[in-house]
Ligand binder design. Sequence first.
Ligand code: LLP
Length: 420
Amino acid sequence: MNHFNYKNNRMFCEDVAVAEIAEAVNTPFYLYSNATLTRHFQAFDQAFKLPHITCFATKSCSNIAILHGFAELGGGADIVSGGELFRALKAGVDPRKIVYSGVGKTREELRYGLKENILLFNVESVQELRAIQEEAAVMGIKAPVSFRVNPDVDPRTHAYISTGMAKNKFGIPIDQALDVYQQADKMVNIEVLGVSCHIGSQLTDVSPFVESLGKVKQFINRLKQAGIKIKYLDLGGGLGICYQDETPPEPAEYAKAIAREMAGLSCTLILEPGRVIVGNAGILVTKVLYTKAGGKKFIIVDAGMNDLARPSLYDAFHAVQAVEERGRGTEVADVVGPICESGDFLSRGREVPCCEQGDLLALMSSGAYGFTMSSNYNSRPRVCEVLVNGSEFYIIRQRETRDDLIRGEKIPDFQGVVRE
Ligand code: LLP
């Protein structure tokens, strides 16, 4: 359930008319509902009765206001870069609830995480293990480590967002991992604490999760026989949402399946949900600039692939809805942006509301991997982010200015002076 609903043919986010926000902040903009964010976080977190930490996947929606909201609800953060660690700390996330994944952590990022005393590093290779051992030795501390294992399970999702198959770059093959744990166990500045595993994103069935957990469980038992005790089991994220007509399991069903499989293990569970919490809690609002009906029908809007990359990148479906329903019916048209690429579309060949210049459209289910994947391509300032709470709205990230576009750029002296 989310809080984007129509009242008298006008789309509301909680108690605020979306068109009123557009009037105040201009378009395009991302809009999030605080009630939906809270509800989704709690529904997920409370579904797990076992000892657990819900570490929100920062990459899916990293605005510090949103991270702060989850921290207030007791959440932690799953991070994949020094930048995300910085954001999580600025948002007030407890470092003891921060887990750090990713195949390519730099030495500087490892040091930053160690200095901030985060809960766990999910190490993804032997070379990374050696790097973190060396950095921890210099600091005279023990690095808290989990290894991300790759269970070779097909998550049956888009190929670009599948991460737990042998052909994917992530983790250490589960059948080679015992040796790595034994190496780590002997390292003076490493404290082996956990096992982690993340098999992919937008999964709409629990069975791949159960299959991989089954493999991880067997592996934890082998570790136990080898004298290595595991305190944390990190199952990653990946639970899907409904964009169109998918029927993903509810968090309660997912939690139940995991609890069943966890029987006999006495680890604290770590979960890294992203999309399932924020996906349907955010929309992208855009305005129709022009329509063209020569041959094929095009609706040209002021948001493009730089603002919402998912349709271009994954052929992803985002429902297109009128912010003000005018009863003009629907038609088949491409909704496209101003970017100079034919791949710049937000929806293609689909039935969408009949539009006129100046109409507002909402790209639904854009809260996850929407703003965070946006760019400045074609020198377009990134849009603003707005959060609604009840009958109030708050700008939680200002629209970038043209000056922001060239911040840090410099014309070197040898090129002479700029004539303006
Ligand atoms: N944990 C790890 C280690 C991850 O790599 C990811 C996502 C998550 C957690 C969160 O997964 P979620 O619960 O959101 O499915 N840009 C793509 C999605 C990429 C996902 C990358 N990893 C998209 O727009 O669909």
